[in-house]
Design a binder for this molecule. Sequence first.
Ligand code: SAH
Length: 472
Amino acid sequence: MRHFPVFRDLRARRVVVSGAGEAAVAKLRLLLKTEATLAVYGTDPHPQIRRWAGEGRLTLVERPVRHGDALCAALLYGANEEAGEDARAARIGRAAGAMVNIVDDLDNSDFITPAIVDRDPVTVAIGTEGAAPVLARRIKAETEERLAPALGTLARIGQGFREAANALPMGRPRRRFWSRYYDEIGPRALSEGGEEAVRAALDALLAETLAEAGETGRVALIGAGPGDPELLTLKARKALHEADVVIHDRLVSPEILELARREAIVVEVGKIPNGPSWKQADIDALMVEHAANGAHVARLKSGDPVVFGRLDEEMDALDAAGIPFEIVPGITAASAAAASLGVSWTKRGRNAAFRLLTGHDVAGFAEHDWRGLAQPGEGGAVQPAAIYMGVRAARFLAGRLLMHGAAADTPVTAIENVSRLDQRIVATTLDRLPDALTGAGITGPAILFLGLSPREAMAARDDIDLPATGVL
Ligand code: SAH
Protein backbone atom coordinates (compact mmCIF):
# COMPACT_ATOMS: atom_id res chain seq x y z
CA MET A 1 0.00 0.00 0.00
CA ARG A 2 1.81 3.12 -1.19
CA HIS A 3 -0.95 5.51 -0.10
CA PHE A 4 -2.37 5.25 3.38
CA PRO A 5 -5.99 6.41 3.61
CA VAL A 6 -6.73 8.96 6.33
CA PHE A 7 -9.49 11.55 6.74
CA ARG A 8 -8.14 15.10 6.96
CA ASP A 9 -10.03 17.62 9.12
CA LEU A 10 -10.77 20.61 6.85
CA ARG A 11 -13.05 22.51 9.17
CA ALA A 12 -12.04 26.19 8.99
CA ARG A 13 -8.90 25.27 7.00
CA ARG A 14 -7.94 26.86 3.69
CA VAL A 15 -7.78 24.83 0.52
CA VAL A 16 -6.23 26.47 -2.53
CA VAL A 17 -7.06 25.46 -6.08
CA SER A 18 -4.67 26.68 -8.76
CA GLY A 19 -6.45 26.69 -12.11
CA ALA A 20 -10.07 27.52 -12.86
CA GLY A 21 -11.01 25.25 -15.76
CA GLU A 22 -12.80 21.90 -16.09
CA ALA A 23 -10.35 20.01 -13.87
CA ALA A 24 -10.80 22.59 -11.11
CA VAL A 25 -14.60 22.32 -11.38
CA ALA A 26 -14.42 18.54 -10.91
CA LYS A 27 -12.29 18.86 -7.76
CA LEU A 28 -14.37 21.75 -6.41
CA ARG A 29 -17.54 19.68 -6.62
CA LEU A 30 -15.95 17.39 -4.01
CA LEU A 31 -14.29 20.13 -1.98
CA LEU A 32 -17.56 22.05 -1.66
CA LYS A 33 -18.93 19.16 0.40
CA THR A 34 -16.34 19.94 3.09
CA GLU A 35 -16.21 22.72 5.68
CA ALA A 36 -13.00 24.15 4.16
CA THR A 37 -12.54 27.76 3.08
CA LEU A 38 -11.89 27.53 -0.66
CA ALA A 39 -9.79 29.90 -2.75
CA VAL A 40 -9.49 29.48 -6.51
CA TYR A 41 -6.73 31.22 -8.50
CA GLY A 42 -6.86 31.32 -12.29
CA THR A 43 -7.47 33.44 -15.34
CA ASP A 44 -10.49 32.95 -17.58
CA PRO A 45 -12.53 31.01 -14.98
CA HIS A 46 -15.17 28.45 -15.87
CA PRO A 47 -18.73 29.92 -15.56
CA GLN A 48 -19.57 27.37 -12.84
CA ILE A 49 -16.72 28.67 -10.68
CA ARG A 50 -17.97 32.21 -11.22
CA ARG A 51 -21.43 31.08 -10.08
CA TRP A 52 -20.06 29.47 -6.92
CA ALA A 53 -18.06 32.61 -6.21
CA GLY A 54 -21.23 34.68 -6.72
CA GLU A 55 -23.04 32.51 -4.18
CA GLY A 56 -20.24 33.12 -1.69
CA ARG A 57 -19.25 29.45 -1.59
CA LEU A 58 -15.63 30.17 -2.57
CA THR A 59 -13.26 33.04 -3.24
CA LEU A 60 -12.22 33.51 -6.86
CA VAL A 61 -9.04 35.45 -7.65
CA GLU A 62 -8.62 35.99 -11.38
CA ARG A 63 -4.86 35.68 -11.74
CA PRO A 64 -2.29 32.86 -11.41
CA VAL A 65 -1.46 31.73 -7.89
CA ARG A 66 1.49 33.53 -6.25
CA HIS A 67 3.80 33.02 -3.31
CA GLY A 68 1.87 33.97 -0.19
CA ASP A 69 -1.50 32.74 -1.56
CA ALA A 70 -1.12 29.32 0.04
CA LEU A 71 -0.30 30.61 3.49
CA CYS A 72 -1.94 28.42 6.18
CA ALA A 73 -3.49 26.22 3.48
CA ALA A 74 -4.00 22.58 4.38
CA LEU A 75 -4.16 21.41 0.77
CA LEU A 76 -3.25 22.82 -2.61
CA TYR A 77 -4.62 21.40 -5.83
CA GLY A 78 -2.80 21.97 -9.12
CA ALA A 79 -5.62 21.91 -11.66
CA ASN A 80 -4.10 23.99 -14.44
CA GLU A 81 -4.01 21.09 -16.89
CA GLU A 82 -0.54 22.34 -17.85
CA ALA A 83 2.55 20.70 -16.33
CA GLY A 84 4.73 23.82 -16.01
CA GLU A 85 2.08 25.88 -14.28
CA ASP A 86 1.13 22.95 -12.02
CA ALA A 87 4.79 22.51 -11.01
CA ARG A 88 5.01 26.21 -10.17
CA ALA A 89 1.83 25.98 -8.08
CA ALA A 90 3.17 22.86 -6.33
CA ARG A 91 6.33 24.73 -5.28
CA ILE A 92 4.23 27.57 -3.85
CA GLY A 93 2.05 25.08 -1.95
CA ARG A 94 4.93 23.09 -0.54
CA ALA A 95 6.82 26.24 0.50
CA ALA A 96 3.73 27.17 2.54
CA GLY A 97 3.56 23.71 4.13
CA ALA A 98 0.43 22.55 2.27
CA MET A 99 0.01 19.02 0.95
CA VAL A 100 -0.08 19.13 -2.82
CA ASN A 101 -2.12 17.22 -5.36
CA ILE A 102 -1.62 17.65 -9.08
CA VAL A 103 -4.70 16.48 -10.93
CA ASP A 104 -4.03 13.22 -12.81
CA ASP A 105 -0.33 13.24 -11.86
CA LEU A 106 0.30 10.65 -9.18
CA ASP A 107 4.08 11.00 -9.16
CA ASN A 108 4.10 14.73 -8.42
CA SER A 109 1.34 14.53 -5.79
CA ASP A 110 1.70 14.16 -2.03
CA PHE A 111 -1.76 12.63 -1.78
CA ILE A 112 -4.50 11.37 -4.06
CA THR A 113 -8.20 12.13 -3.93
CA PRO A 114 -10.28 8.95 -3.69
CA ALA A 115 -13.62 8.25 -5.29
CA ILE A 116 -16.15 9.17 -2.60
CA VAL A 117 -19.51 7.83 -1.52
CA ASP A 118 -21.02 10.56 0.61
CA ARG A 119 -23.49 9.74 3.36
CA ASP A 120 -22.13 12.39 5.67
CA PRO A 121 -21.06 11.74 8.43
CA VAL A 122 -20.45 8.34 6.84
CA THR A 123 -17.91 8.69 4.02
CA VAL A 124 -16.55 5.83 1.95
CA ALA A 125 -13.29 6.57 0.16
CA ILE A 126 -12.19 4.29 -2.66
CA GLY A 127 -8.67 4.31 -4.04
CA THR A 128 -6.80 2.13 -6.50
CA GLU A 129 -3.49 4.07 -6.45
CA GLY A 130 -4.38 5.19 -9.95
CA ALA A 131 -4.18 1.60 -11.16
CA ALA A 132 -7.78 0.97 -12.08
CA PRO A 133 -10.13 3.96 -12.25
CA VAL A 134 -12.75 1.74 -13.91
CA LEU A 135 -12.72 -0.52 -10.91
CA ALA A 136 -13.00 2.42 -8.53
CA ARG A 137 -16.03 3.68 -10.44
CA ARG A 138 -17.67 0.26 -10.28
CA ILE A 139 -17.05 -0.11 -6.55
CA LYS A 140 -18.41 3.40 -6.04
CA ALA A 141 -21.56 2.59 -8.02
CA GLU A 142 -22.07 -0.64 -6.08
CA THR A 143 -21.52 1.11 -2.76
CA GLU A 144 -23.89 3.95 -3.70
CA GLU A 145 -26.52 1.30 -4.32
CA ARG A 146 -25.86 -0.55 -1.08
CA LEU A 147 -25.89 2.41 1.27
CA ALA A 148 -29.36 3.87 1.61
CA PRO A 149 -29.49 7.65 1.21
CA ALA A 150 -31.01 7.84 4.72
CA LEU A 151 -27.86 6.37 6.21
CA GLY A 152 -26.31 9.79 6.70
CA THR A 153 -29.34 11.02 8.65
CA LEU A 154 -29.36 7.88 10.78
CA ALA A 155 -25.64 8.21 11.50
CA ARG A 156 -26.05 11.85 12.48
CA ILE A 157 -28.88 11.05 14.90
CA GLY A 158 -26.88 8.05 16.15
CA GLN A 159 -23.90 10.28 16.81
CA GLY A 160 -26.00 12.40 19.14
CA PHE A 161 -27.14 9.29 20.99
CA ARG A 162 -23.69 7.80 21.60
CA GLU A 163 -23.41 9.06 25.14
CA ALA A 164 -26.79 7.65 26.14
CA ALA A 165 -25.85 4.32 24.58
CA ASN A 166 -22.72 4.18 26.72
CA ALA A 167 -25.04 3.04 29.51
CA LEU A 168 -24.85 -0.36 27.82
CA PRO A 169 -21.96 -2.67 28.72
CA MET A 170 -19.17 -2.52 26.16
CA GLY A 171 -18.86 -5.31 23.63
CA ARG A 172 -21.73 -7.36 22.41
CA PRO A 173 -24.73 -5.54 24.00
CA ARG A 174 -23.54 -2.20 22.70
CA ARG A 175 -22.76 -3.61 19.28
CA ARG A 176 -26.08 -5.36 19.10
CA PHE A 177 -27.84 -2.14 19.99
CA TRP A 178 -26.17 -0.26 17.14
CA SER A 179 -26.66 -3.02 14.59
CA ARG A 180 -30.33 -3.22 15.37
CA TYR A 181 -30.58 0.56 15.09
CA TYR A 182 -28.84 0.74 11.71
CA ASP A 183 -30.25 -2.49 10.25
CA GLU A 184 -33.92 -2.34 11.18
CA ILE A 185 -35.24 0.03 13.84
CA GLY A 186 -33.66 3.26 12.53
CA PRO A 187 -34.57 2.94 8.83
CA ARG A 188 -38.11 1.87 9.70
CA ALA A 189 -38.72 4.72 12.14
CA LEU A 190 -37.25 7.26 9.72
CA SER A 191 -39.45 6.21 6.84
CA GLU A 192 -42.57 5.98 9.02
CA GLY A 193 -42.25 9.05 11.19
CA GLY A 194 -39.19 11.12 10.29
CA GLU A 195 -36.38 12.21 12.57
CA GLU A 196 -38.54 12.61 15.70
CA ALA A 197 -39.70 8.99 15.41
CA VAL A 198 -36.08 7.87 15.14
CA ARG A 199 -35.23 9.52 18.46
CA ALA A 200 -38.19 7.87 20.19
CA ALA A 201 -37.27 4.51 18.68
CA LEU A 202 -33.70 4.87 19.97
CA ASP A 203 -34.98 5.45 23.51
CA ALA A 204 -37.19 2.37 23.34
CA LEU A 205 -34.41 0.24 21.86
CA LEU A 206 -31.99 1.34 24.57
CA ALA A 207 -34.41 0.35 27.33
CA GLU A 208 -34.98 -3.04 25.69
CA THR A 209 -31.26 -3.72 25.14
CA LEU A 210 -30.42 -2.70 28.71
CA ALA A 211 -32.89 -5.32 29.93
CA GLU A 212 -31.27 -8.02 27.79
CA ALA A 213 -27.71 -7.09 28.66
CA GLY A 214 -27.40 -9.63 31.43
CA GLU A 215 -27.41 -12.56 28.98
CA THR A 216 -24.48 -15.02 28.93
CA GLY A 217 -22.04 -15.64 26.17
CA ARG A 218 -21.57 -18.59 23.88
CA VAL A 219 -18.85 -20.40 21.99
CA ALA A 220 -18.70 -21.38 18.34
CA LEU A 221 -16.24 -24.22 17.70
CA ILE A 222 -15.32 -23.35 14.16
CA GLY A 223 -13.54 -25.19 11.39
CA ALA A 224 -11.30 -22.61 9.71
CA GLY A 225 -10.31 -24.90 6.83
CA PRO A 226 -6.78 -25.51 5.61
CA GLY A 227 -5.74 -21.86 5.18
CA ASP A 228 -7.27 -20.30 2.09
CA PRO A 229 -9.95 -17.87 3.39
CA GLU A 230 -12.15 -18.74 0.42
CA LEU A 231 -12.47 -22.23 1.87
CA LEU A 232 -14.25 -20.90 4.96
CA THR A 233 -17.97 -21.62 5.17
CA LEU A 234 -20.32 -18.64 5.21
CA LYS A 235 -21.39 -19.73 8.67
CA ALA A 236 -17.80 -19.69 9.91
CA ARG A 237 -17.29 -16.27 8.42
CA LYS A 238 -20.38 -14.92 10.11
CA ALA A 239 -19.53 -16.42 13.51
CA LEU A 240 -16.00 -15.02 13.23
CA HIS A 241 -17.32 -11.61 12.36
CA GLU A 242 -19.68 -11.61 15.34
CA ALA A 243 -17.08 -12.75 17.85
CA ASP A 244 -15.87 -10.60 20.72
CA VAL A 245 -13.04 -13.02 21.41
CA VAL A 246 -11.18 -15.18 18.90
CA ILE A 247 -9.17 -18.10 20.26
CA HIS A 248 -7.24 -19.81 17.49
CA ASP A 249 -4.80 -22.60 16.79
CA ARG A 250 -1.38 -21.96 15.33
CA LEU A 251 -2.38 -23.36 11.95
CA VAL A 252 -5.21 -20.86 11.39
CA SER A 253 -3.92 -18.53 8.68
CA PRO A 254 -3.44 -14.76 9.16
CA GLU A 255 -5.73 -14.07 6.19
CA ILE A 256 -8.58 -15.72 8.09
CA LEU A 257 -7.83 -13.85 11.31
CA GLU A 258 -8.09 -10.63 9.28
CA LEU A 259 -11.82 -11.34 9.07
CA ALA A 260 -12.29 -10.85 12.80
CA ARG A 261 -13.54 -7.47 13.93
CA ARG A 262 -10.84 -4.97 14.74
CA GLU A 263 -11.99 -4.66 18.36
CA ALA A 264 -12.06 -8.43 18.94
CA ILE A 265 -9.59 -9.88 21.42
CA VAL A 266 -7.47 -12.38 19.49
CA VAL A 267 -5.54 -15.06 21.37
CA GLU A 268 -3.33 -17.70 19.77
CA VAL A 269 -3.31 -20.91 21.76
CA GLY A 270 -0.78 -22.71 19.60
CA LYS A 271 0.56 -26.15 20.23
CA ILE A 272 3.92 -26.34 18.49
CA PRO A 273 5.00 -29.94 17.97
CA ASN A 274 7.87 -30.49 20.44
CA GLY A 275 7.78 -26.80 21.37
CA PRO A 276 6.16 -24.54 23.95
CA SER A 277 2.46 -25.19 24.02
CA TRP A 278 -0.77 -24.12 25.59
CA LYS A 279 -2.20 -26.83 27.82
CA GLN A 280 -5.64 -28.05 26.78
CA ALA A 281 -6.98 -27.29 30.26
CA ASP A 282 -5.83 -23.66 29.95
CA ILE A 283 -7.50 -23.31 26.55
CA ASP A 284 -10.73 -24.71 28.00
CA ALA A 285 -10.52 -22.32 30.94
CA LEU A 286 -9.93 -19.34 28.65
CA MET A 287 -13.02 -20.11 26.55
CA VAL A 288 -15.16 -20.63 29.61
CA GLU A 289 -13.94 -17.44 31.26
CA HIS A 290 -14.72 -15.21 28.27
CA ALA A 291 -18.09 -16.82 27.57
CA ALA A 292 -19.07 -16.59 31.22
CA ASN A 293 -18.40 -12.84 30.98
CA GLY A 294 -20.97 -12.61 28.22
CA ALA A 295 -18.61 -12.71 25.24
CA HIS A 296 -19.25 -14.46 21.97
CA VAL A 297 -16.20 -16.62 21.55
CA ALA A 298 -15.00 -17.97 18.20
CA ARG A 299 -12.80 -20.97 18.83
CA LEU A 300 -11.04 -21.40 15.50
CA LYS A 301 -9.48 -24.71 14.67
CA SER A 302 -7.69 -25.59 11.48
CA GLY A 303 -9.54 -27.75 8.99
CA ASP A 304 -12.62 -29.37 10.46
CA PRO A 305 -12.90 -29.39 14.26
CA VAL A 306 -14.24 -32.96 14.17
CA VAL A 307 -10.95 -34.25 12.73
CA PHE A 308 -8.05 -34.62 15.20
CA GLY A 309 -9.14 -31.40 16.86
CA ARG A 310 -9.56 -32.40 20.53
CA LEU A 311 -13.09 -31.19 20.10
CA ASP A 312 -14.62 -33.50 22.68
CA GLU A 313 -12.44 -32.19 25.47
CA GLU A 314 -13.52 -28.64 24.71
CA MET A 315 -17.20 -29.60 24.48
CA ASP A 316 -16.95 -31.39 27.83
CA ALA A 317 -15.42 -28.31 29.43
CA LEU A 318 -18.14 -26.06 28.01
CA ASP A 319 -20.88 -28.46 29.09
CA ALA A 320 -19.45 -28.63 32.58
CA ALA A 321 -19.53 -24.82 32.80
CA GLY A 322 -23.04 -24.64 31.32
CA ILE A 323 -21.90 -22.56 28.34
CA PRO A 324 -23.94 -22.98 25.15
CA PHE A 325 -21.94 -23.83 22.04
CA GLU A 326 -22.29 -24.84 18.43
CA ILE A 327 -19.97 -26.60 16.01
CA VAL A 328 -19.33 -25.08 12.62
CA PRO A 329 -17.80 -27.68 10.31
CA GLY A 330 -14.86 -26.83 8.08
CA ILE A 331 -12.97 -28.29 5.16
CA THR A 332 -10.48 -30.77 6.53
CA ALA A 333 -6.90 -30.65 5.22
CA ALA A 334 -7.17 -34.06 3.51
CA SER A 335 -10.26 -32.95 1.63
CA ALA A 336 -8.57 -29.81 0.28
CA ALA A 337 -5.42 -31.84 -0.42
CA ALA A 338 -7.40 -34.30 -2.55
CA ALA A 339 -8.90 -31.38 -4.44
CA SER A 340 -5.52 -29.86 -5.22
CA LEU A 341 -4.14 -33.20 -6.38
CA GLY A 342 -7.20 -33.93 -8.47
CA VAL A 343 -7.80 -37.32 -6.85
CA SER A 344 -10.81 -38.75 -5.01
CA TRP A 345 -10.81 -40.29 -1.58
CA THR A 346 -12.97 -43.10 -2.95
CA LYS A 347 -13.24 -44.53 -6.44
CA ARG A 348 -15.33 -47.27 -7.94
CA GLY A 349 -13.33 -50.46 -8.35
CA ARG A 350 -10.44 -49.09 -6.29
CA ASN A 351 -11.65 -48.49 -2.77
CA ALA A 352 -14.99 -48.31 -1.00
CA ALA A 353 -13.52 -47.11 2.28
CA PHE A 354 -11.05 -44.39 3.18
CA ARG A 355 -9.28 -43.95 6.47
CA LEU A 356 -8.10 -40.86 8.27
CA LEU A 357 -5.15 -41.68 10.51
CA THR A 358 -2.89 -39.75 12.77
CA GLY A 359 0.85 -40.32 12.82
CA HIS A 360 0.92 -39.16 16.41
CA ASP A 361 -1.17 -39.65 19.50
CA VAL A 362 -0.77 -38.94 23.20
CA ALA A 363 1.69 -41.83 23.55
CA GLY A 364 3.93 -40.72 20.64
CA PHE A 365 3.96 -42.40 17.22
CA ALA A 366 0.49 -43.88 16.85
CA GLU A 367 -0.04 -47.62 16.40
CA HIS A 368 -2.64 -48.77 13.89
CA ASP A 369 -3.98 -51.91 12.33
CA TRP A 370 -0.90 -52.10 10.10
CA ARG A 371 -1.79 -55.46 8.64
CA GLY A 372 -5.22 -54.21 7.62
CA LEU A 373 -3.71 -51.08 6.13
CA ALA A 374 -1.04 -52.96 4.20
CA GLN A 375 -3.49 -55.43 2.70
CA PRO A 376 -4.45 -54.91 -0.94
CA GLY A 377 -8.00 -53.74 -1.47
CA GLU A 378 -10.46 -54.28 -4.33
CA GLY A 379 -8.16 -52.81 -6.96
CA GLY A 380 -5.17 -54.96 -5.90
CA ALA A 381 -3.36 -52.00 -4.35
CA VAL A 382 -3.18 -50.77 -0.77
CA GLN A 383 -6.39 -49.15 0.54
CA PRO A 384 -5.85 -45.40 0.36
CA ALA A 385 -5.66 -43.41 3.59
CA ALA A 386 -4.90 -39.86 4.66
CA ILE A 387 -2.33 -39.52 7.41
CA TYR A 388 -2.39 -36.37 9.54
CA MET A 389 0.58 -35.34 11.67
CA GLY A 390 2.62 -37.91 9.81
CA VAL A 391 5.79 -36.10 8.75
CA ARG A 392 7.85 -36.75 11.86
CA ALA A 393 6.43 -40.24 12.12
CA ALA A 394 7.20 -41.03 8.45
CA ARG A 395 10.08 -43.43 9.08
CA PHE A 396 8.06 -45.28 11.69
CA LEU A 397 4.96 -45.41 9.49
CA ALA A 398 6.83 -46.63 6.42
CA GLY A 399 8.71 -49.23 8.47
CA ARG A 400 5.52 -50.62 10.04
CA LEU A 401 3.67 -50.81 6.73
CA LEU A 402 6.55 -52.47 4.87
CA MET A 403 6.99 -54.93 7.72
CA HIS A 404 3.33 -55.91 7.40
CA GLY A 405 3.61 -56.59 3.71
CA ALA A 406 2.83 -53.31 1.92
CA ALA A 407 4.58 -53.08 -1.46
CA ALA A 408 7.72 -50.95 -1.48
CA ASP A 409 6.48 -49.08 -4.53
CA THR A 410 3.12 -48.14 -2.97
CA PRO A 411 2.62 -44.49 -3.97
CA VAL A 412 2.65 -41.91 -1.19
CA THR A 413 1.98 -38.23 -1.80
CA ALA A 414 2.73 -35.53 0.75
CA ILE A 415 0.96 -32.19 0.39
CA GLU A 416 2.43 -29.45 2.54
CA ASN A 417 0.60 -26.17 3.33
CA VAL A 418 -2.52 -27.25 1.48
CA SER A 419 -4.44 -24.39 -0.18
CA ARG A 420 -1.83 -21.80 0.81
CA LEU A 421 0.45 -19.95 -1.58
CA ASP A 422 3.40 -22.04 -0.45
CA GLN A 423 1.67 -25.38 -1.08
CA ARG A 424 4.08 -28.13 -2.20
CA ILE A 425 3.47 -31.65 -3.38
CA VAL A 426 6.02 -34.43 -2.91
CA ALA A 427 5.24 -37.60 -4.86
CA THR A 428 7.16 -40.66 -3.78
CA THR A 429 6.87 -44.32 -2.81
CA LEU A 430 6.56 -45.97 0.57
CA ASP A 431 10.17 -47.18 0.75
CA ARG A 432 11.56 -43.76 -0.12
CA LEU A 433 9.08 -41.75 1.96
CA PRO A 434 11.28 -40.69 4.92
CA ASP A 435 14.17 -39.64 2.68
CA ALA A 436 11.92 -37.86 0.20
CA LEU A 437 10.36 -35.78 2.99
CA THR A 438 13.73 -34.93 4.50
CA GLY A 439 15.15 -34.19 1.04
CA ALA A 440 12.30 -31.83 0.22
CA GLY A 441 12.66 -30.13 3.60
CA ILE A 442 8.98 -30.46 4.54
CA THR A 443 8.53 -28.38 7.69
CA GLY A 444 4.97 -27.03 7.40
CA PRO A 445 1.80 -28.97 8.15
CA ALA A 446 1.36 -31.80 5.65
CA ILE A 447 -1.05 -34.54 4.72
CA LEU A 448 0.35 -37.87 3.58
CA PHE A 449 -1.80 -39.79 1.16
CA LEU A 450 -1.02 -43.45 1.31
CA GLY A 451 -1.87 -45.27 -1.93
CA LEU A 452 -2.81 -42.12 -3.85
CA SER A 453 -0.57 -40.54 -6.39
CA PRO A 454 -1.04 -37.31 -8.28
CA ARG A 455 0.38 -39.03 -11.37
CA GLU A 456 -2.95 -40.37 -12.56
CA ALA A 457 -4.58 -36.95 -12.44
CA MET A 458 -1.53 -35.13 -13.80
CA ALA A 459 -1.09 -37.54 -16.73
CA ALA A 460 -3.83 -35.70 -18.55
CA ARG A 461 -1.79 -32.49 -18.36
CA ASP A 462 1.19 -31.99 -20.61
CA ASP A 463 2.56 -28.99 -18.72
CA ILE A 464 3.76 -31.11 -15.82
CA ASP A 465 6.38 -33.81 -16.16
CA LEU A 466 6.28 -35.62 -12.87
CA PRO A 467 9.28 -37.78 -12.02
CA ALA A 468 8.82 -41.07 -10.14
CA THR A 469 9.84 -39.22 -7.00
CA GLY A 470 9.54 -35.51 -7.06
CA VAL A 471 8.43 -32.19 -5.74
CA LEU A 472 5.80 -30.15 -7.54
N1 SAH B 1 -8.63 -30.39 12.28
C1 SAH B 1 -7.57 -30.37 11.30
C2 SAH B 1 -6.45 -31.31 11.67
C3 SAH B 1 -5.67 -30.87 12.88
S1 SAH B 1 -4.32 -31.92 13.23
C4 SAH B 1 -8.16 -30.68 9.91
O1 SAH B 1 -9.31 -31.08 9.83
O2 SAH B 1 -7.47 -30.48 8.92
C5 SAH B 1 -2.98 -31.06 12.49
C6 SAH B 1 -2.56 -31.74 11.20
O3 SAH B 1 -3.49 -31.42 10.18
C7 SAH B 1 -1.24 -31.29 10.65
O4 SAH B 1 -0.16 -31.98 11.27
C8 SAH B 1 -1.38 -31.69 9.20
O5 SAH B 1 -1.22 -33.08 9.04
C9 SAH B 1 -2.84 -31.37 8.94
N2 SAH B 1 -3.01 -30.03 8.38
C10 SAH B 1 -3.67 -29.00 8.92
N3 SAH B 1 -3.65 -27.93 8.09
C11 SAH B 1 -2.96 -28.33 7.00
C12 SAH B 1 -2.60 -27.70 5.78
N4 SAH B 1 -2.94 -26.44 5.51
N5 SAH B 1 -1.88 -28.41 4.90
C13 SAH B 1 -1.53 -29.69 5.15
N6 SAH B 1 -1.86 -30.32 6.27
C14 SAH B 1 -2.56 -29.66 7.18
